[in-house]
Ligand binder design. Structure first.
Ligand SMILES: [Zn+2]
Length: 420
């Protein structure tokens, strides 16, 4: 095992320049979603896989949204680890950036480009880890599957969800390692769930001077939002071990260091964001219609089924309003064992790389890892610092990328070798 790890580390060391160049190339292959065309990035991934003799499976229910799956078996039987990353990224508004969002430029030890954090850094790392492990497969045991998907950023149906619905056998395994952003200080083992509702308020409307003639749809919408804020006070029933973890000041501090100040406090909270509001035609008219879109996030310990009656009760006070759920039915908070085996391996591996052991953390957003958890597969996330994720001038430290690559490679090897 030690010889294998040394061989892997030696390969990674000898190939650092190529690894960085691969990430730069991925960042220079735009794949914003929307529209979600990942073909330029997929071509790079396919070239890398085919260059080492793989014949990857490409599943493209939408021609411009390919999903790539490759796998290998080691000579000795063992467990099956799945690696997962996505190729699409958030869109980027050029004028907000100080250089092109697709530059892949390295400045002062940091590599820039849309997707550096989320998640071309993690995707490049998993791709290279897969290829290095494949090169030494004679020394390994078990099976390693690699998945690079499209259509993740909008919870779209053509990426990992499609694979689960139509090619489940290709993506299932005993455990999942994702390279979504987590920061080197944290391992994500669960996530909150979006619960999105759209509300339309309709009134008669009137001349702006005749406020006695009609109720205002926009004013009612404002009252609806204030009423919905009460949902944040609902009790939740997170498992005690999770709550205890996030109340530990040392853990909370490390979570905030890695994921940004305020992250730890937001984990057990129900949050509400008024994502969009549109109403009224003209300043001097009493608006007859207003639509608001509300982004609620449910913590671990609260289900949609528990929340829904409270929304119904609050909305019943507003006869002018209709409401509907717009988040997908399958969304719900989810988590794997915070003390699970891959969590422990990741902690040990990071420590061996000379950094502080990462702490377990719940993701505030949602990722494809939920699909594996729903299917009963433990899923853990280790990746880049998310501080500039989805922001202008997204970037990561080159050194951090190389660190994550070492951790992905060694942790995958350790997981496979530990299974008889
Ligand atoms: Zn992502």
């Amino acid at each position: 095992m030690i010889a294998l790890e040394q061989a892997l580390l030696a390969r990674l060391k000898a190939n650092e320049a190529q690894s960085i160049a691969f990430l730069q190339a991925l960042l220079r292959a735009p794949s914003p979603n929307p529209p979600g065309d990942t073909r330029p990035a997929a071509t790079l991934v396919l070239d890398a896989l085919r260059g080492t003799g793989f014949d990857p499976t490409v599943i493209a229910p939408q021609i411009d949204m390919p999903n790539i799956v490759a796998r290998f078996d080691s000579p000795l039987p063992g467990r099956h680890l799945v690696l997962n990353g996505h190729m699409d990224v958030f869109p980027a508004a050029d004028h907000e950036w100080s250089r092109s969002p697709w530059s892949g430029e390295i400045v002062d030890g940091r590599i820039h480009g849309r997707g550096a954090c989320d998640m071309k850094g993690g995707l490049a790392s998993l791709t290279l880890a897969f290829l290095h492990l494949h090169a030494l497969r004679q020394e390994l045991r078990g099976r390693l599957t690699y998945t690079a998907v499209s259509d993740e950023e909008t919870f779209g149906p053509w990426g990992a969800r499609y694979l689960f619905e139509h090619h489940r056998d290709l993506v299932m395994g005993d455990c999942l390692l994702s390279g979504e952003p987590s920061s080197p200080q944290c391992v994500r083992f669960g996530e909150k769930s979006p619960y999105w509702i759209a509300i339309t308020v309709r009134t008669k409307g009137a001349h702006g001077a005749y406020t006695h003639a009609s109720a205002s749809a926009t004013k009612i919408a404002g009252r609806v939002v204030r009423a919905l804020e009460q949902l944040k006070k609902l009790p939740t029933r997170a498992p005690d071990n999770l709550l205890a973890m996030f109340r530990d000041p040392a853990i909370a501090q490390q979570v905030d260091e890695g994921c940004g100040v305020g992250h730890a406090a937001a984990i057990p909270e129900i949050t509400l964001s008024l994502g969009r509001i549109s109403g009224g035609l003209k300043m001097n008219m009493v608006p007859g219609e207003c639509r608001i879109e509300v982004d609620l996030r449910l913590p671990v310990g609260l289900t949609k089924e528990e929340l829904r009656p409270h929304v119904t009760r609050l909305m019943a006070k507003f006869p002018e309003a209709e409401w509907e759920e717009v988040s997908s039915a399958e969304q719900m908070p989810n988590w794997s064992d915070p003390d699970g085996e891959l969590m422990q391996i990741l902690r040990r591996t990071v420590r061996d790389q000379g950094r502080k052991a990462p702490v377990p953390v719940i993701t505030l957003g949602a990722t494809d890892t939920r699909l594996w958890r729903f299917a009963g597969v433990p899923a853990y996330v280790y990746g880049m610092t998310p501080t500039t994720m989805a922001a202008a001038d997204e970037n990561i430290e080159v050194e951090e990328f190389l660190h994550v690559l070492r951790v992905h490679t060694l942790a995958a090897a350790r997981y496979l070798m530990a299974g008889a």
